[in-house]
Design a protein around this ligand. Structure first.
Ligand code: GUN
Length: 295
């Protein structure tokens, strides 16, 4: 039996938010600049509304400016592209975030392509994706960067570690693989078509679960001592007619096997918003050619 350590993402995220707030205060005092983040929400998806509200609250708490644009679910792609063109040209806006998913009449890639790469705080624009994979400075997607911050603290030396990423989304799996490769890990990306996922997962010193399948990863998928990062946030029904949040990993089964694991909630989730604030601050500095804080 291994003594499984809990990775406290909530505490790490609070530390990062405080560091962003301190750097933002210094930027304001020295240069009179207040970095601004604009979230764009199309339609009324309840989960997206919750995300955008909590992003707005965290932005203001860190001393950044928060802007929000809400378009009806019936909005056309042309309307959204026109709004993005305005935000690209607006000097008070340093970061633009278009909440995904978008309604079916709007092509998400065309929208992402229209965001100025320097303001693309999600790191989804092809220019930022290419820069990430080629190892140059870029705005990095928030959830995988948050995972990397937690990993760096859990494992002093990532170089040479066997990392397995379950999931190949543009938002998490693919950028996570790029980041781990950048840390000199040996990286495998596995997905729903992979043969024998449990055997692939069992190779991992670092296991990233990002498949949005409640408790897919069982205890016997985990190599003893592995560090497990659970990106899943899945709402499941309980016997008493209520619901609860579970990750992509069967958390109780992982106890005594994993060396360390992120809980759900309170693991990766809080890191995403903290990294979004960090990206907004970095974008504000880079756009103006100012030295960026090392946070
Ligand atoms: N929807 C789910 N996750 C994300 C994210 O990280 N960014 C955006 N823009 N939309 C999302």
């Amino acid at each position: 039996m291994v003594d499984t350590r809990l990775i406290d993402g909530k505490a790490r995220a609070a530390g990062l938010r405080a560091a962003v707030a301190a750097a933002a205060a210094a930027l304001k005092a020295q240069h009179g600049i207040v970095p601004g983040l604009c979230a764009v929400l199309v339609g009324e998806d309840p989960a997206s509304q919750v995300y955008v509200r909590s992003k707005g609250k965290a932005t203001i708490e860190a001393g950044l400016a928060s802007f929000e644009h809400k378009l009806p679910a019936s909005a056309s792609e042309a309307e959204l592209l026109a709004l993005i063109a305005r935000l690209n040209a607006d000097d008070t806006v340093d970061g633009i975030l278009v909440q995904l998913p978008l309604p079916p009449q709007i092509n998400p890639q065309r929208v992402i392509d229209a965001i100025a790469p320097a303001k693309d705080v999600d790191g989804f624009h092809p220019e930022n994706v290419g820069r990430l994979w080629s190892g140059s400075t870029s705005l990095v997607p928030c959830t995988p960067y948050g995972c990397l911050m937690l990993l760096r603290e859990a494992i002093p030396s990532l170089a040479g570690a066997e990392a397995v990423v379950l999931g190949r989304s543009n938002i998490v799996g693919k950028p996570m693989a790029a980041l781990l490769l950048g840390e000199s890990c040996t990286v495998t990306v596995a997905h729903s078509k992979s043969h024998d996922l449990p055997a692939i997962a069992r190779r991992a010193d670092i296991l990233i679960a990002a498949v949005s399948k409640p408790e897919l990863v069982r205890g016997d998928w985990i190599k003893p001592g592995a560090v497990v990062i659970d990106v899943g946030i899945n709402r499941v029904a309980t016997a008493d007619g209520k619901s609860r949040l579970v990750g992509d990993v069967a958390f109780e089964e992982a106890q005594g096997i994993a060396g360390a694991i992120t809980p759900v909630p309170g693991g990766v989730g809080p890191m995403t918003i903290a990294c979004l604030l960090r990206n907004t601050l970095l974008a504000a500095c880079r756009r103006r050619g100012l030295t960026e804080p090392s946070i």
